[in-house]
Design a protein around this ligand. Structure first.
Ligand code: ADP
Ligand code: MG
Length: 636
């Protein structure tokens, strides 16, 4: 006798339910997405005991007829697609026709629904997949679904749930994402009788973020707008002064659908290179708009993962959009407390209106905002003080001015010797190392009040005191000079006396061979033999072992994140430059003469880009006189 049984439909439903309804949060996400697809303007989510005892989603959307209500809880029943072709152009959040079947298989399920303009509504109830009871009922237009006692008949699944408080947090996090992905819908979230947040549905992303994630988060953000190759990225990212220890506040949407994506995460984090320390993470709320034919959401039943047909293009668009925004919005962190944004800054947290092609708004596209950071960071308003001197950063040494740019490295200035104070050059020519003039501000009047611990320079200017980490500042200045210089120049390679070997996987050896010329263009010299790369040259600024590590990382990156080679190159250059800048810079804990300090302070005022050292530490903190007065109790 055969051993194979065709499973009973109720067992099949239970198995399928496991993929869609893992926990209360996943069920609530599905219900909310149904409400959004139904065109709701108001959605209320209420849960009890983390959703395990009860979750309810109420909307004022289109509602269902009683026939549709009965169909809606069957598997593979959907109004959102019809044919295979439709799968390639999904414009709704749902399309699999699974959620209601799955949820009603594992809960005590009741649905009240009424179509717009209908005389009466429908009440449908079913318990753990029993055949539904349907009756006529009076109810408002829209749909309410109440589910109780999740997994009560499947104790094995119940056991996997966390404590109510954790489940509640997960549900809240899912609803938060839906709320900020749809600022045009008013959301309310209630847990155990307490309203946790409500948004007003006025269509402004900044208002939705404020309502959902609070004031502090909203104030940490700067806006992002970029577009290229049919992809548009809009939203907000945290400024470098606000970092987190984890990725919990990296929120991505693709076509208004909350998603997780390695490509988007990697592009975001690479854009923060040289602005935040390693081990710290930026936050964001970013929406990627892309034609639905170029993104596949049908990868997993939860619809949280997406695949792009051109990962690299998506990566670059997001990377450049974020990078541009960061470099145009650098501010100096406050010393005493987190800076309360002024009213005018709050106004700057402006809304990106619903998707409007950027060109129509007459704003710059990413291609137009070329990313050569320094060159394009033109301050919007210059301080109204006296110009003091010609806005040019004097080269640190003559060696550097002849592009050797990068090749100055440690050989020229031994780390152990006192770093050279910036020398005034006798003559200057166009090949000088400098940050482009058009980025320069006039230097305000200031006084160096003194130096603390031979490390921090205290500067008084206007009504502010600025405390500068002289090493970090010098590092960033050197970095920017080098970076400005290296444009169009081929990087130099540092040949190794003893070659180093880097073990490679099969995929990696193939990849590094495919990218051989790019890797060479950034300074690597290598041959691939027997699943290892024998490296005989590394980019300047790297020693043999960190050069090998860099090679290894790059090989991995090329495979993993689909990081476009151009961005790889740029990051490699930049990393090589950090090292160089660091070695060239004056040291904390050592004394330098006044002229050197003045040169550093001048440059801090002159260039907006000198806010963080290339490793992401702050260069300077600012304190207002009134903050100091308040600390001493002179004013309230
Ligand atoms: P899907 O969303 O993938 O179509 P679901 O099982 O989530 O599958 O829902 C099945 C169908 O029930 C939907 O296609 C829709 O027609 C209907 N439906 C579900 N929820 C709602 C709602 N809140 N308002 C109106 N119609 C709904
Ligand atoms: Mg659905």
């Amino acid at each position: 006798m055969g051993q194979i049984n065709v499973l009973d439909i109720s067992v099949a439903n239970l198995i399928a339910a496991g993929e869609v309804v893992e926990r209360p949060a996943s069920a609530v996400k599905e219900l909310v997405e149904n409400s959004i697809d139904a065109g709701a303007k108001q959605i209320t989510v209420e849960i009890q005991k983390g959703g395990v005892a009860m979750f309810r989603v109420t909307d004022d959307g289109c509602g269902m007829s009683s026939e549709d209500a009965v169909l809606s809880v069957k598997r593979h029943a959907t109004s959102k697609i019809r044919t295979e072709k439709d799968l390639n152009q999904i414009i709704t959040l749902g399309f699999r026709g699974e959620a209601l079947a799955a949820i009603s298989a594992v809960t005590k399920f009741r649905m009240l629904t009424k179509q717009k303009g209908s005389q009466s509504g429908t009440l449908l109830s079913t318990e753990y997949g029993s055949s539904p009871k349907v009756s006529e009922a009076g109810c408002p237009e829209g749909t309410t679904i109440v589910c109780e006692q999740l997994f009560a008949t499947t104790p094995a699944r119940l056991k996997f749930l966390k404590a109510d408080i954790s489940e509640s947090r997960e549900v809240q996090s899912a609803v938060e994402k839906e709320a900020v992905s749809h600022p045009e819908i008013a959301f309310r979230f209630i847990s155990d009788g307490a309203v946790k947040f409500s948004s007003n549905g006025n269509g402004k992303l900044s208002d939705a973020i404020y309502a959902v994630y609070g004031k502090e988060f909203a104030h940490s953000l700067t806006d992002v707008l970029g577009s290229s190759g049919g992809i548009t990225v809009t939203g907000y990212v945290s400024s470098p002064a606000f970092t987190r220890g984890n990725r919990g506040m990296q929120i991505f949407f693709v076509n208004d659908r909350p998603v997780r994506s390695k490509t988007l995460t990697a592009a975001l984090e690479q854009a923060y290179e040289s602005y935040i320390p390693s081990g710290k993470f930026p936050s964001c709320v970013l929406n990627v708009q892309i034609h639905s034919a170029y993104v596949d959401v049908n990868i997993h039943p939860s619809k949280l993962e997406v695949k792009f047909s051109d990962e690299r293009n998506v990566f670059s668009t997001l990377y450049y959009a974020v990078r541009t925004s960061l470099e145009n919005n650098l501010t100096r962190p406050g010393l005493i407390q987190k800076e309360e944004p002024k009213k005018s800054e709050l106004d700057k947290i402006k809304v990106t209106e619903a998707f409007v092609p950027i060109r129509e708004r007459g704003e710059k596209t990413v291609e137009q905002l070329t990313i050569n950071t320094v060159a394009d960071t033109v301050p919007a308003e210059k301080p109204k003080s006296e110009p003091v001197s010609k806005p040019v950063i004097e080269p640190v040494s003559n060696t550097m001015t002849k592009y050797s740019g990068i090749s100055i490295v440690a050989d020229d200035i031994p780390v152990s010797s006192p770093a050279k104070k910036p020398e005034k050059k006798a003559e200057s020519s166009d090949t000088d190392a400098r940050i482009p003039e058009k980025t320069a501000n006039a230097i305000p009047e200031y006084k160096i009040a003194g130096e603390i611990f031979d490390s921090y320079v205290a500067v008084e200017t206007g009504d502010s005191v600025i405390l500068i980490d002289k090493h970090a500042a010098h590092e960033r200045i050197n970095f920017e000079i080098l970076r400005a210089n290296m444009k169009d120049l081929t990087p130099h390679s540092q040949l190794l006396l003893t070659p180093v070997a880097c073990e490679l996987s099969g995929a990696e050896s193939e990849t590094v061979q495919n990218y051989k010329s790019e890797l060479e263009s950034v300074g690597f010299v290598f041959e691939v033999k027997d699943a290892r790369a024998v490296i005989t040259g590394v980019p300047i600024g790297y020693g043999p072992s960190d050069g090998r590590d860099l090679f290894d990382t790059v090989a991995g990156e090329l495979i993993e994140n689909g990081t476009p080679v151009e961005i790889q190159k740029r990051n490699i250059f930049e990393k090589a430059l950090y090292q160089t800048s660091c070695k060239m810079s004056i040291k904390a804990g050592r004394h330098y003469d006044d002229e050197t300090l003045k040169w550093i302070v001048d440059n801090i005022f002159r260039y907006d880009c000198i806010k963080y050292c290339p490793h992401g530490r702050p260069v300077a903190f600012e304190m207002k006189k009134r903050e100091l007065d308040a600390r001493f109790g002179r004013i309230k």
